[in-house]
Every structure is written in structure tokens, then in C-alpha cells.
Design a protein around this ligand. Structure first.
Ligand code: GUN
Length: 298
């Protein structure tokens, strides 16, 4: 039987409607609408699209947004100064620095991504990239959850896919997805979402030996490697759930990290690309922006 498609777009709309309602309530209690400040450095076309989508989503949810467009020639000092201003601006609740930062132009100094993310005030860190928020997550007492893994947890929960005692294989060890995803699913107490903890998690990556055998042992396989269609149908256990985080442009097509047609023959459920995990990331960013506003109002 072909796999069920996990409709991330539909679930994201559900979550966005819930956030919009909660924003309305927050404002009715006498608070200013939550506000997200996005910082976009340079002209990367994909980043421009992401940032525009985030702004639109904010608008539809009753969240205010502002966009700082800075030239690719921005110096590290200028960027850090801008972040400091946003940290100190009481009207800004959430700060998002769109990644990747551009490579240096000419012979100017490079922008150090780590230093830039470290500069964001942890109470406004809606991406959950700051070491404070990563540390709180590691300790099982998260403040903000990182948007993509949180979206995946929400999707699994809302599709009645339990993770307790399941073997989850996460392929990819990025700071944004792989590492926090593994940590969230391995948590003991459900601190990262109801019914989604207590998994047995394996992190695999580009240097993993026997990748195929490890993937074949997954009840839930999460692909976040950024390599087009690297996960083939013969790497998937019959009946497994497959979550594809990849968005790769191949010629003029968007493809995931999973060979969709092959995988859909074997899996019980699978996320499409596009329309799977992508929309959930933005929905959880809206959730975090409201959470930031609430924390700052408290
Ligand atoms: N670039 C790719 N994904 C993300 C994300 O989740 N947040 C930010 N700020 N930049 C990204």
C-alpha cells in the first residue's frame, strides 16, 4: 500500500490559526502585538524568499514584523551594533538573523555566524540558536524550541505517530536540525512536546559506516543531510515513517533528501517536498515570537 502523505502545509495552517487566536487574546489583555525583527544580510535569493514568507506569515497572524536589509559589505562591527540595538529596543520581542550570512566581499573581514548568533539576547532568540537556549534544551527545560525540529515533533503528535520506545534515526547533525531533533526526541519527560519523547535515537551522518543498515533499523527516519535524494527506497524499513527535511534545488526542481517515489512504496507515511516540513518551521517561528512577547511581558 502506498504511504500516507503527511500534509505539513495543513498542519502548519492549523498551528498558525491557533497562534493567531492566542495573539488576539494576548492583545485583548492589553499588550502590544508581538513583534519580530528579521535581519537579512546580502542578496541571497533563497533567503529573500524565506524572509518574505516569514513576514507574510506574521502579518496574517497579527504579529508585527520589521525587516532590516543590510548590504553584503556590512562589517562584523556594524552587524553586531545593529543586533545590540534590537536587543535594547523594547518594542522588538523576537530577533531572527537569516542564515547563511554572506561570504566576505573584497578583502573585508568575514561575518562570524557563531559570534552573530551569540549576540542575540536569549530572551529574544526565537530561532533558539543561542548557547543559553541550546543548553536549556539539553537539560530538558527548554525556553524556546528550535523551529524545524519543533515543527516535526508537532506534526508527529498531530498525526498520532508516537515516538516512545521507537528507534528514530536522524541523518544529519546540524545545529539547526539534526542535533536538537535528536535531543528533543530522546527527552525523558515530554518537555519538548506531549507524547514525543522517550525515543531511542541514533544520529547518523556523512561519515557513518553501514548507513543503509542503520536506516533500515529505523521506525522513524528523519533525513536532514542536505543531499538530494540520498535516502533511497532500499534504505527504508517497510512500514517506517519518513520525515524529509531537505529542500534541494536540482535544475529547476525542488527535491528532498529522500527519493520520494521509491520511499513512498515502502514507508507507511512520508512528508512531501515541498509542502512537508517547510511550512511547519514558519508556524513554529510564529509560536516562538508570541512566547517571546509573553516572557517579556511577564
Ligand atoms: N536558514 C535556514 N533555516 C533557517 C532558520 O531556521 N532560521 C534562520 N534564521 N535562518 C535559516
Amino acid at each position: 500500500m502506498p504511504a500516507t502523505r503527511l500534509d505539513g502545509k495543513k498542519i502548519a495552517l492549523e498551528i498558525r490559526a491557533e497562534v493567531a487566536k492566542a495573539v488576539e487574546q494576548f492583545v485583548a489583555e492589553g499588550n502590544a502585538p508581538p513583534k519580530l525583527a528579521a535581519v537579512l544580510v546580502g542578496e541571497d535569493p533563497a533567503s529573500q524568499v524565506y524572509v518574505r514568507n516569514k513576514e507574510r506569515a506574521c502579518e496574517k497572524t497579527g504579529i508585527a514584523s520589521q525587516l532590516d536589509r543590510l548590504p553584503a559589505s556590512t562589517s562584523p562591527t556594524e552587524l553586531l551594533e545593529r543586533i545590540d540595538q534590537l536587543n535594547r529596543d523594547p518594542s522588538v520581542n523576537g530577533i531572527l538573523v537569516q542564515l547563511p550570512l554572506p561570504q566576505p566581499t573584497g578583502d573585508g573581514p568575514a561575518l562570524d555566524e557563531r559570534a552573530v548568533l551569540d549576540a542575540v539576547d536569549p530572551i529574544k532568540d526565537v530561532d533558539a540558536f543561542s548557547p543559553i537556549n541550546v543548553g536549556l534544551l539539553m537539560q530538558g527545560r527548554p525556553r524556546f524550541l528550535p523551529c524545524t525540529p519543533h515543527g516535526i515533533v508537532q506534526m508527529l503528535h498531530r498525526c498520532n505517530i508516537a515516538t516512545a520506545a521507537k528507534h528514530v534515526v536522524v541523518v544529519g547533525r546540524s545545529e539547526i536540525v539534526g542535533k536538537p531533533m535528536a535531543m528533543m526526541l530522546a527527552q525523558k519527560d515530554g518537555s519538548c512536546g506531549p507524547e514525543t519523547a522517550n525515543a531511542t535515537v541514533t544520529i547518523a551522518h556523512s561519515r557513518t559506516k553501514n548507513l543503509k543498515e542503520i536506516c533500515l533499523s529505523a521506525d522513524i527516519l528523519i533525513a536532514a543531510v542536505g543531499r538530494p535524494e540520498m535516502i533511497r527506497g532500499d534504505m527504508i524499513q517497510p512500514g517506517a515513517v519518513v520525515v524529509d527535511v531537505g529542500i534541494n534545488r536540482v535544475e529547476d526542481r525542488l527535491v528532498g533528501d529522500v527519493a520520494f517515489d521509491e520511499a513512498a512504496e515502502v514507508a507507511s507515511a512520508i512528508t512531501p517536498v515541498p509542502g512537508g516540513v517547510g511550512p511547519l518551521t514558519i508556524a513554529m517561528l510564529l509560536h516562538n515570537t508570541l512566547l517571546a512577547a509573553k516572557l517579556q511581558a511577564a
